[in-house]
Design a protein around this ligand. Structure first.
Ligand SMILES: [Zn+2]
Length: 159
C-alpha cells in the first residue's frame, strides 16, 4: 500500500507511486466533478476511501497519452495501481487480448453490471478490466458489500 500523505494538501501528486505530471487544479476539479467523486472503474466514492482518488491517464503518458480532460479519469488507488500503464488485458473467458474499459468513450453499464457486491464483466472489455484491476478481490468485495448495506454504493441497472 501507499504511504498516506497529508490530507491537508489539495495536490494528490505526492500520493501516487508513479510520479504523474502536474495536473492543473482546474483539470482535477473537472475530473472529480465529472465523475461525481466516484472511481470510474469500481464506482467507489471518494468519501468512502481514506486516501485521495488519483487522476488516472486512460492512455498512459508512456504510450503517448496526454494530460487533457479527454484522457483523464478519476480512479481509486486500488484501480489506479492495478491498471498502471496498461492499455489491454486478457479476457479470462476467451483468452483474447482486448482493450481495457475506457471511461471517456464507453459507458460503465454497457460493460459491467453489479451482481450484489460483485462487479461482473458483461463484455470481453468488461471481463478483462475486472480481472486486471482486481475489482472483485475479497477485501474489495467485502468493503463494497458493507457500502451497499449502508446504501453508499450505486445500483447500476442493466439497460
Ligand atoms: Zn476503483
Amino acid at each position: 500500500m501507499l504511504a498516506r500523505g497529508s490530507r491537508s494538501s489539495a495536490d494528490v501528486d505526492t500520493q501516487s507511486n508513479y510520479a504523474p505530471p502536474h495536473i492543473a487544479i482546474r483539470l482535477r476539479r473537472l475530473v472529480m466533478k465529472r465523475a461525481s467523486g466516484r472511481c470510474e472503474y469500481c464506482l467507489i466514492h471518494q468519501e468512502d476511501r481514506p486516501e485521495t482518488h488519483p487522476i488516472d491517464h486512460v492512455i498512459a503518458l508512456k504510450h503517448g497519452g496526454r494530460t487533457e480532460e479527454g484522457n483523464l479519469t478519476l480512479a481509486c488507488v486500488s484501480c489506479n495501481n492495478n491498471k498502471g500503464a496498461d492499455l489491454t488485458a486478457l479476457d479470462p473467458s476467451s483468452g483474447e487480448i482486448v482493450p481495457l474499459f475506457n471511461p471517456r468513450t464507453q459507458n460503465w453499464g454497457d460493460h459491467f453490471a453489479l451482481d450484489g457486491a460483485r462487479i461482473m464483466g458483461r463484455t470481453a472489455i468488461g471481463r478483462a478490466t475486472v480481472a486486471l484491476l482486481r475489482l472483485n478481490d475479497v477485501e474489495r468485495l467485502n468493503y463494497r458489500q458493507s457500502l451497499i448495506a449502508a446504501d453508499r454504493c450505486p445500483q447500476i441497472t442493466m439497460p
